[in-house]
Design a binder for this molecule. Structure first.
Ligand code: COA
Length: 163
C-alpha cells in the first residue's frame, strides 16, 4: 500500500527531475524541456494555489514513487473542471502503481473539493496511461484539441471519472 502526502517546498528538485523525464515530456502537451528557473516559479506558485492539489506517493520504504496533481479551473465564471495528471518515477514504472495513484488521488481530491467529476487529457499513443485510467474507472468521453497551440494541432483523449 502506498502512502501519500501533500507536496512541500523541499520537493522542488524531485518534481524538476520528474517533470523533465523524457517520457513525461513526450507525453505532455507542451513537450519542450523545462528550465530550473521556470520550474521553481511554477512549483512555488502551485504549492500556495488553492486550486491545485499536489500529492506525492511513497512506498513502504519511504521512496517517492510518483505524483498526482489536480487542478481546478473555472470556465465562464461558473463551470468548474478538475483535471488530473500524474507521473511515476522512471525506476518504478511497469509495476502496476499508476492505478493506485489515480484511485487514491481521486479519493483525496473529492475529500477536499467534494464530489467533482475528474477529467484526464491523454495523448492517444499513451497506452499505459489510457489503461491505468480505465482501470481506475475513467471512461472515454471525447477526443479534442484542447491543447492545440498556434500552428500545431495535438489531439487528446478525454477520459472522465463521473461524480
Ligand atoms: C503513464 C504512467 C503513469 C503509467 O504508469 P506505469 O507504471 O508505466 O504503468 P503501470 O505499470 O501502472 O501499468 C498500467 C497498465 O498499462 C499497461 N501498460 C504499461 N505500459 C504499456 C505500454 N507501453 N503499452 C500498453 N500498455 C501498457 C500495463 O500492462 C498495465 O495494464 P494491465 O494491468 O492490464 O497489465 C507512467 O508510464 C508515466 O509516468 N509515464 C510518463 C508520464 C505520463 O505519461 N503521464 C500520464 C500523462 S496523461
Amino acid at each position: 500500500m502506498l502512502s501519500y502526502r501533500r507536496a512541500q517546498p523541499d520537493d522542488v528538485q524531485l518534481y524538476f527531475t520528474w517533470a523533465n523525464d523524457p517520457d513525461t515530456r513526450r507525453q505532455s502537451f507542451n513537450s519542450n524541456p523545462i528550465s530550473l528557473a521556470t520550474h521553481i516559479t511554477w512549483f512555488t506558485g502551485k504549492l500556495t494555489d488553492l486550486n491545485a492539489l499536489l500529492l506525492v506517493f511513497e512506498n513502504e520504504t519511504g521512496k517517492a514513487v510518483g505524483q498526482v496533481r489536480f487542478e481546478r479551473t473555472t470556465i465562464v465564471d461558473e463551470w468548474e473542471e478538475v483535471i488530473i495528471s500524474l507521473s511515476i518515477d522512471a525506476t518504478e514504472r511497469g509495476k502496476g502503481l499508476a492505478r493506485q495513484l489515480i484511485e487514491q488521488g481521486c479519493a483525496v481530491c473529492r475529500e477536499l473539493w467534494g464530489a467533482v467529476a475528474v477529467h484526464a487529457y491523454i495523448k492517444p499513443d499513451n497506452r499505459a496511461s489510457v489503461r491505468a485510467f480505465e482501470q481506475a474507472g475513467f471512461r472515454l468521453s471525447a477526443e479534442n484539441g484542447k491543447f492545440d497551440l498556434p500552428g500545431r494541432q495535438t489531439s487528446s483523449l478525454v477520459y472522465i471519472l463521473e461524480t
